[in-house]
Design a protein around this ligand. Structure first.
Ligand code: HAM
Length: 428
């Protein structure tokens, strides 16, 4: 019979194996610790939402909504979407749970998969993992600054090398409409050189002209007006205060007057974290303020600010972390040793000791090679002599030393654990 063809993962979807997932765990543990210390609680959100949630919040003309969402009719004809991001979900949850009353200032963080049908390449997947935070109910510049300080603390704690924080202000409902018109006028004056996509952007979403990757468009847009020169007084004061606080707390950043975020809900402070060593997909995080979003999703006039980090990308940048090694490997030399080997392994594990049990029926040499591969400190050997004596031999694999028949097979768990721990720590 011919071998059936293996089934592969769907394009843009991938498995995260233990040598990488240890880094994900480290990134998530640091988030729980650092965001927790800033007062953020962990929110668990569904991955499936009604499609209209994203259409209404991210902007109908964004790439994400126009061409990247996994949307489909559910069996009851509801159009559902695998979430492309989680800010909209957090805001939906805030409104749905009535948090505005219970906890008017809500600080929430999350970690989980997001889905965007982009063209896959290094660092860009169709399912990717984010860690994000949202602070709802605060409109003051201190809130923005606190988030940026927290972000910078986080990046330092997980030791991402060569990162740069870029900030900008995108204005608000008072000043952005006039700026939008300036930009539109600029675009119309340069129609002959701008690409076909930019022609559409001029009418539908002129801010995105600043973000076009086509070299000829970029060359033209160097001279385009920037939002920063058109901020109203309120936005200017807000942005100046954010920057003053960052300076005061020694958070390094650069001003990027051309940064526009890929999602439309932003106003005022916007930022991105750019890292070296990633190639084209060099944004490891982004965020900003979104003061109209809660109201747009049927809640009150509640401001918000937040950011999200790309875990797949951060994991490529942080130092390799060795997956944890077991303290001991139990090696039964023949079948008769199997049952006592299971006993001793179980008792040690119930005492919180990491132990791997190798199957019987191989030579001592093969078993010891297996123990070395596991990077264990000790081997607990059960051969014929050990079974007869009722005591296992402990071999210290680091010092290459045996304690023959030193571990009583019928000893209670705590006694076994004490002896194994002592042996693994014994420096002589
Ligand atoms: P975003 O900039 O779209 O913002 O995504 C944040 C980060 O997710 C990016 O900087 C990147 O590291 C990662 N990311 C995005 N797309 C992909 C992909 N296809 N493959 C791998 N990584 C990716 C947001 O999602 C906003 N919700 C952030 C936010 C929170 N704003 C306010 N609060």
């Amino acid at each position: 019979m011919s071998k059936p063809a293996p089934i592969t993962a769907v394009k843009g979807f991938r498995d995260v194996l233990p040598d990488e997932s240890v880094r994900w765990q480290a990134l998530e543990a640091a988030a729980a610790r650092i965001f927790g210390a800033y007062g953020f609680g962990d929110i668990r959100l569904p991955v499936l939402e009604r499609a209209e949630l994203f259409a209404r919040s991210l902007g109908e003309t964004t790439d994400v909504v126009e061409k990247e969402m996994y949307s489909f009719p559910d069996r009851d004809e509801t159009i559902v979407t695998l979430r492309p991001e989680a800010t909209a979900s957090v805001v939906r949850a805030y409104v749905e749970a009535g948090l505005a009353k219970r906890e008017p200032v809500s600080r929430l963080w999350y970690a989980g998969p997001m889905f965007r049908r982009e063209r896959p390449q290094k660092g860009r997947y169709r399912q990717f993992q984010q860690i994000g935070v949202e602070m709802l109910g605060r409109s003051d510049a201190v809130a923005d600054a606190e988030l940026l300080i927290m972000l910078s603390d986080y990046l330092a704690a997980v030791r991402v090398p060569d990162v740069q924080l870029e900030v900008n202000s995108l204005g608000d409902q008072t000043c952005r409409p006039a700026y939008r018109e300036h930009l539109q006028a600029f675009g119309r004056a340069h129609l002959d050189v701008l690409c076909a996509d930019c022609h559409r952007r001029i009418e539908r979403n002129p801010l995105r002209l600043l973000d076009c990757k086509v070299p000829t468009c970029r060359a033209v847009m160097v001279d385009a007006p920037v939002m920063l020169d058109h901020l109203c007084d309120g936005c200017r004061v807000h942005f100046d205060e954010v920057r003053a606080l960052l300076d005061r707390e020694s958070v390094a950043y650069t001003l990027n007057t051309r940064m526009v975020r890929g999602l439309d809900y932003y106003c005022r402070t916007a930022f991105e974290v750019i890292a070296g060593g990633l190639g084209a997909q060099n944004a490891v995080g982004g965020g900003g303020r979104y003061d109209g979003l809660v109201a747009a999703l049927g809640g009150g006039d509640v401001p918000g600010v937040g950011f999200a980090l790309g875990v797949d990308r951060l994991a490529m940048l942080i130092d390799a972390i060795e997956p944890p090694a077991p303290l001991a490997v139990v090696l039964p030399l023949d079948e008769r040793a199997t049952a006592p080997a299971v006993d001793i392994t179980t008792r040690l594990r119930r005492e919180g000791i990491a132990v791997i049990l190798e199957p019987a029926g191989r030579s001592m040499k093969a078993l010891l090679r297996a123990a070395d591969r596991q990077r264990a400190t000790l081997a607990i050997i059960l051969g014929e002599d050990e079974l007869r004596a009722g005591r296992a031999t402990i071999r210290n694999l680091v010092r290459r030393e045996d304690r023959p028949q030193s571990l009583a097979l019928d000893a209670p768990g705590p006694e076994l654990a004490r002896q194994v721990r002592a042996e693994s720590e014994n420096p002589t």
